[in-house]
Write a protein that binds this ligand. Structure first.
Ligand SMILES: [Zn+2]
Length: 396
């Protein structure tokens, strides 16, 4: 091969990644014959284009595998125009007038060739089928028979339901299905990520090289590796980042569940503390009321025993052996519950207080308060009267 000295070139291109080419000027070709799959993309840099021209001895074709005519292409890399491939005059070719369609087709060829080479390097052979997507993009179906595995390179847009339908269909035919989603297949990628926590993506590597990259995408991360570092293992399409990405996701979920449980426990503690404080305030308020000579009618808090029969028994243990001057004969007409209340209330009016509102004699856990008060009046413990609209009692 001739050696050439490349002169520095001055670049004056707005976007060197996506140079504008006129109608009929193509950026792609294959270098391995009319039915070739070895696609090359032309650099917008003239020196690079000239290097490619020398490297392949001016042999470029419009590949039938990409939907082209199979005709020879000429690489033009003059001093003014951005380098391009063109057909010989008079060629009748679908790709000749549609460089965008040509770019999509060659992207697919590029992936196909790289994947087959990658599998071959692992001692695996594969067959390929193409599907044409709605946008004219060719999707690739790679079947690795020895592994009962298919690799679906999804470049064209695919809806969620259609993705599920195809995924189930492939799973009926083989044991393992790997989807590699291109930039145009974001919807299918999102559906798979939702179902399986992760999705694998495929893209042409940065730069003019032929490297293809596989990305692992989860809710947390997006990590890319060169295809050459990935492996088609017996159970899965393995990438160097896959296990870590899934482990990170599991750890984040565990952490989030633990945090939620901790927050719930904190909230339960705060609520218990609020309730205890409320009970203390209620009890304080009742004690204050009682100190002014009144026992409240009833407690709204079931847990609060303040003023009940057991409570009186606890704070005045002498009640158990106490008896009034009148004896207990006056309680004979009362129910058992009424007699129990009468023991406490007669103690209150005989020993603790000399007067107060009737309400202080109605124990919160008793429904017989009115009968007990009437019996106390008949037995001569107290006298009932009214003052300023409040029914009151006073010791006799
Ligand atoms: Zn052609």
């Amino acid at each position: 091969m001739a050696s050439v000295t490349l002169r520095p070139v001055s670049l004056n291109i707005e976007d060197p990644e996506r140079p504008r080419r006129a109608k009929g000027e193509l950026a792609h070709a294959v270098v391995d014959g009319p039915d070739g799959t070895h696609a090359v993309e032309l650099s917008p840099v003239r020196a690079e284009a000239l290097r490619l021209k020398l490297l392949h001895e001016e042999s470029f074709w419009c590949s039938r595998q990409a939907g082209g005519c199979g005709g020879a292409l000429v690489l033009a890399a003059g001093p003014i125009r951005v380098p391009y491939f063109r057909h010989h005059s008079g060629a009748d070719c679908a790709l000749a007038g549609d460089s965008a369609r040509a770019a999509r087709s060659y992207e697919h060829l590029h992936y196909q060739r790289a994947l087959l080479a990658w599998l071959e390097a692992q001692g695996l052979s594969a067959t390929t089928e193409h599907h044409l997507g709605p946008d004219g993009r060719a999707d690739l179906h790679v079947i690795v028979h020895s592994r009962r595995h298919t690799i679906e390179v999804q470049l064209s847009p695919l809806g969620i339901n259609e993705w599920r339908r195809r995924d189930e269909g492939y799973h009926r035919q083989v044991d393992h299905v790997t989807w590699l989603h291109g930039a145009g297949a974001e919807t299918a990628a999102a559906a798979e990520q939702a179902d399986r926590d992760h999705a694998l993506h495929i893209r042409a590597g940065a730069g003019a090289g032929t490297a293809i990259e596989i990305g692992v995408v989860t809710n947390l991360t997006e990590v890319w590796s060169p295809l050459g570092e990935c492996e088609l293992r017996a159970e899965q399409f393995w990438t160097p980042h896959l296990e870590q990405a899934l482990a990170d996701l599991a750890a984040a979920r565990e952490e989030s569940a633990a945090r939620a449980a901790e927050e719930a426990a904190d909230e339960a503690r705060r609520e218990a503390s609020r309730q205890a404080a409320a009970r203390r305030r209620a009890a304080d308020a009742k004690r204050e009321t009682a100190a002014r000579g009144a026992v409240p009618l009833a407690s709204s808090d079931e847990n609060d025993r303040y003023g009940t029969l057991p409570w009186w028994g606890e704070i005045h243990p002498e009640l158990a052996s106490w008896a009034p001057e009148q004896g207990w004969a006056w309680t004979d007409g009362l129910t058992e519950q009424g007699r129990a209340a009468a023991r406490v209330v007669s103690y209150i009016v005989s020993r603790l207080y000399t007067s107060g509102p009737i309400s202080m004699l109605l124990l919160p856990d008793e429904t017989v308060g009115a009968e007990v008060v009437a019996a106390l009046e008949r037995a001569g413990f107290l006298r009932l009267y009214e003052r300023r609209g409040v029914e009151r009692w006073e010791r006799t």
